[in-house]
Design a protein around this ligand. Structure first.
Ligand code: MG
Length: 405
């Protein structure tokens, strides 16, 4: 019997936005770590873990992962919120880490063993114009990546117009640039035309719309991109508008990736069971951890949909390896997003994943195979940056109304 004796939250990265959960046990030296990072609401997640979940879990049997997941999931009565799910994921990953360490096996062995030898990753290429973008794509191709995402600089790039060139109404909220659906619809297919002329069709390309478009424009875009044979088109629609995927499917064969904003386990179900998307991109920590995502991967397998767990951006090295254990053990795995870690950030996580030639490799150590060096993690935090609040981009249309990020 291994009992939980404590649950701690460790804040790291320069801005303190990485939350690493440490679940302690009554066995000497045995603990697990998990990811509960939330770039926008980290103090809310930390409060749920420290004030609600730690008292609930201390004294419980650490091996009862399924029971603990189900208990915590409904412990606040209202459920499927991103804050509670993220807190739950941190606990869940740490419990899998403990179970693997007790078994002397990596977590993917507990999930059925590896059905591939490494995790294929895709890179994020960007540029302010086509020349810069093509150079960036070629740089990643030289590193060995086989799938590369193409964007004009920021999300929504290609759709922004200088606000002084656009007629805006009196009293409108006036940013320096406004987002215009039709400009995006014109510029992004033209971008892929130029990439295909320059690069040919041997390299697999993706694009992330980041839900900027009106639903009807998104359907038009997917259709207009069809000749460029994308590996997938990501987040063409906002989660509120997923029913439009039925129309998109009728219009074109552009493969669709969706789900990084999903938190409710039911949100993805119609998209998978009706085969309306091709890649499911839930973030492991936002779904509640390894326990729900291994079930999700199994459902995807039944319907011929692949997983592409969301990474990149604000994710931490622990969430990255949690996704990788699922990738190795799930036949339905498709691809995983690269991350953007700095060398000094990785030094705080001994046993972190290794990226080489467009593939990610686990350390192979028991459990998640990754640890946290708390001294180095504390040293990463910049006191000036750590209190800074983050908010999703506030892009606006010509009339001043906000674009959903
Ligand atoms: Mg995305």
């Amino acid at each position: 019997m291994t009992r939980i004796t404590g649950v701690r939250v460790i804040r790291t990265r320069a801005d303190g936005s990485w939350l690493i959960v440490k679940v302690l046990t009554d066995q000497a030296g045995l603990y697990g770590i998990g990811s509960a990072s939330d770039y926008y609401q980290r103090e809310a997640v930390a409060a749920v873990i420290e004030h609600n979940l730690a008292p609930l879990l201390v004294g419980r049997e650490a091996s009862a992962i399924e029971d603990i997941w189900q208990t915590v999931y409904a412990s606040g009565y209202w459920r499927n919120g991103s804050v509670t799910n993220t807190a739950l994921a941190g606990i869940d990953m740490a419990l899998w880490d403990i179970k693997g360490k007790e078994a002397g096996m990596p977590v993917y062995q507990l999930l059925g063993g590896a059905c591939r030898s490494a995790v294929m990753a895709y890179a994020h290429a960007g540029g302010r114009d086509d020349k810069e973008l093509e150079e960036d794509v070629r740089r990643y191709m030289a590193e060995g990546y086989q799938v590369i995402r193409c964007q004009y600089a920021v999300y929504g790039g290609g759709g922004f117009l200088p606000s002084e060139t656009v007629s805006t109404p009196r009293g409108a909220n006036r940013p320096t640039q406004v987002f215009d659906d039709e400009a995006y619809l014109e510029n992004v297919p033209a971008m892929f035309e130029r990439m295909r002329v320059g690069l040919g069709f041997g390299i697999k390309l993706t694009h992330d719309v980041h839900e900027h478009l009106r639903p009807q424009t998104a359907v038009q875009l997917a259709k207009r991109l069809e000749p460029y044979r994308l590996f997938f088109l990501e987040d063409a629609l906002a989660p509120e508008q997923i029913a439009w995927y039925r129309l998109m499917r009728q219009q074109c064969t552009t493969p669709q990736a969706m789900g990084e904003l999903f938190v409710n386990p039911q949100e993805w179900l119609p998209l998978v069971s009706e085969r309306l998307i091709d890649y499911l991109r839930v973030r492991v920590s936002k779904a509640g951890g390894i326990t729900p995502c291994r079930k999700l991967a199994a459902v995807c397998e039944a319907f011929g949909v692949h997983t592409a767990w969301q990474e990149g951006g604000d994710n931490d090295p622990v969430n990255q390896v949690a996704a990788m254990h699922l990738d190795l053990a799930s036949w339905s795995f498709g691809i995983q997003e690269e991350n953007h870690f700095r060398p000094q950030e990785l030094e705080a996580f001994p046993g972190h994943a290794e990226l080489s030639g467009g593939y990610l490799y686990l350390s192979g150590a028991p459990g998640l195979g990754i640890d946290i060096d708390e001294d180095r993690a504390a040293a990463l935090v910049d006191p000036e940056a750590s209190g800074r609040l983050h908010f999703a981009a506030e892009d606006r249309r010509a009339d001043g109304s906000i674009v959903r990020p």
